[in-house]
Every structure is written in structure tokens, then in C-alpha cells.
Ligand binder design. Structure first.
Ligand code: HEC
Length: 111
């Protein structure tokens, strides 16, 4: 029984780990954001340096992945973001989305 419990716990832990990596790695995203995105969107995505640069902090992970893919493919057209998105791999996009989605901003309702 003990052995079974350990096996189940290990399987559950592995399952969680793979679910986390399927959503991108926020720590890697943080480093990439500091290099590539911070100048316009802010390091945590909460304080853009100009009003036409959107707040990324607290946006939905799935939305951020989708829109970065759309800039890359040209589905959403913006000359500035096309250039930045074009340089990102699928993993970069997932990591950046995980980072920005996990940050707090004024987009969150304060209760
Ligand atoms: C030179 C300034 C600049 C840099 C650097 C920059 N962006 Fe942007 N970003 C913008 C602007 C301007 C927009 C609004 C474009 C539009 O209207 O579609 C934007 C839009 C976005 C959006 C869409 C947000 C929304 O609410 O729809 C995402 C996501 C995004 N940027 C992510 C990033 C990421 C990730 C990086 C780093 C790899 C980055 N940006 C680097 C200027 C920048």
C-alpha cells in the first residue's frame, strides 16, 4: 500500500510539473521580458512607458500566447510588435505569457 501511495504521489507530482511546463516558464519569461519588452511595457508589464503600449500584467495567458502568435503571423498587424514577435520562438512566447499573466496590475479588480 505504501509503495502504491508513493507511486501515486510521484505520478501526481509529474503531472503537475508537466502541466506547469505546458504553460511556459515564468522565470525564463521574466529574464526575456527584462531584455526585450521592458523598455515599452515595463519589466513586469504593469507600467508601460507610453500610453499606446498596453499593460500586459495580469492579462490571460491564453490571450497573450494567441496575440503574440497573431503578430508573428500577420493576423494582427502592428509594425512595432511584428518585429519583436517575429524574433520569438514558441517557447519564448509561452514563457513570456506565463510571466506577464502572473503579474499584478491595475487590470485586476481590487476587492
Ligand atoms: C518599442 C516598444 C515595444 C517593445 C520593445 C515591445 N512592445 Fe509589445 N506592444 C507595443 C505597442 C505599441 C503595442 C500596441 C500594438 C497594437 O496596437 O497592436 C504592443 C502590444 C503588445 C501586445 C498586445 C497586448 C494587447 O492587449 O492586445 C503584447 C502581448 C505585447 N505587445 C507583448 C510584447 C512582448 C512579449 C515584448 C517583448 C518580446 C514586447 N511586446 C515588446 C510596443 C512594444
Amino acid at each position: 500500500m505504501n509503495r502504491l501511495a508513493i507511486t501515486l504521489a510521484a505520478a501526481a507530482a509529474l503531472g503537475l510539473a508537466s502541466a506547469a511546463s505546458a504553460k511556459g516558464n515564468a522565470e525564463s519569461g521574466k529574464a526575456k521580458a527584462a531584455q526585450l519588452c521592458a523598455a515599452c511595457h515595463g519589466a513586469d508589464g504593469a507600467k508601460p512607458s507610453a500610453p499606446d503600449q498596453p499593460i500586459l500584467a495580469g492579462q490571460y495567458y491564453d490571450y497573450l500566447v494567441q496575440v503574440l502568435g497573431d503578430y508573428k503571423s500577420g493576423n494582427r498587424s502592428n509594425a512595432i510588435m511584428k518585429g519583436f514577435a517575429a524574433a520569438l520562438s514558441k517557447k519564448d512566447i509561452e514563457d513570456l505569457a506565463a510571466w506577464f499573466a502572473s503579474q499584478k496590475s491595475a487590470l485586476h479588480f481590487q476587492r
